[in-house]
Write a protein that binds this ligand. Structure first.
Ligand code: HEM
Length: 200
């Protein structure tokens, strides 16, 4: 398992190294900044969908162990979202507050992306066993916010979408299926609690 974990870790890190290397080598000219913003954005979104898919996959026969990769996938989602954010700040605003303010007025969808980013950051920080023990039942409730982050990200992408709408359709469809799976699980749980509490 340790070797598999190490392999998955290195494979997850590879896009960051490859994209940055290609940008430095000039493969994304004339606008490497824009290329990096977009590539990190898609990688973060894919990691979010992978993270959320692991739970339904783990319910399939013999695939329970995949759940052990949830935390790593979630942290990589945050890592790529952070790179997306940093690339945006570096290449669109030059880390200048006045330019950031002007850009926010031009692209209101950035607010939605930032709200999703805050949720991802909160979950990354509280993903340790220590926080799990400290927050007890609230930890589960907090980590359910990932579904709100998913909705916000779908809105963010739909808002940005220009000619290339295929990615939006694919992410939106997978995201909707995952939300439907989660809603069904919630409904089944409530139904079984109600059945247990019904007077016989
Ligand atoms: C930290 C806050 C965020 C900021 C400031 C931000 C900013 C942006 C900007 C400016 C674009 C348009 C890029 C362009 O085409 O010119 C964009 C697109 C996008 N963002 Fe974000 N974003 C944020 C959070 C997120 C998060 C958390 C995710 C996913 C986990 C995400 C995923 C995407 C995707 C998939 C696109 C579409 C890329 C494309 O055009 O193909 N963003 N974002």
């Amino acid at each position: 398992m340790l070797w598999l974990k190490l392999f998955v870790f290195l494979a997850s890190l590879a896009p960051a190294i490859v994209f940055s290397g290609l940008a430095v080598a000039g493969a994304y000219s004339p606008d490497p900044g824009q290329a990096l913003i977009i590539r990190f954005a898609h990688t973060a979104t894919i990691f979010l969908l992978i993270t959320l898919s692991l739970k339904p996959i783990a319910t399939l026969k013999g695939l329970r162990p995949v759940i052990r990769f949830s935390r790593m996938a979630g942290l990589f989602c945050f890592f790529y979202a952070l790179l997306h954010f940093l690339a945006y700040l570096a290449f669109k605003t030059g880390f200048m507050w006045s330019l950031f303010e002007m850009d926010l007025a031009k692209r209101p969808y950035v607010y939605v992306g930032m709200a999703a980013f805050v949720i991802l950051a909160l979950m990354a920080v509280t993903s340790t066993k220590w926080w799990q023990r400290r927050l007890k039942r609230n930890w589960k409730m907090l980590h359910r916010l990932v579904y709100l982050a998913l909705i916000l990200i779908i809105v963010h992408i739909l808002w940005v979408a220009r000619s290339d709408v295929w990615w939006t359709v694919i992410y939106g469809t997978i995201g909707t299926l995952l939300l439907a799976w989660r809603a069904r699980l919630h409904w089944l749980k409530r139904r079984s609690i109600a059945a247990e509490n019904r007077p016989s």
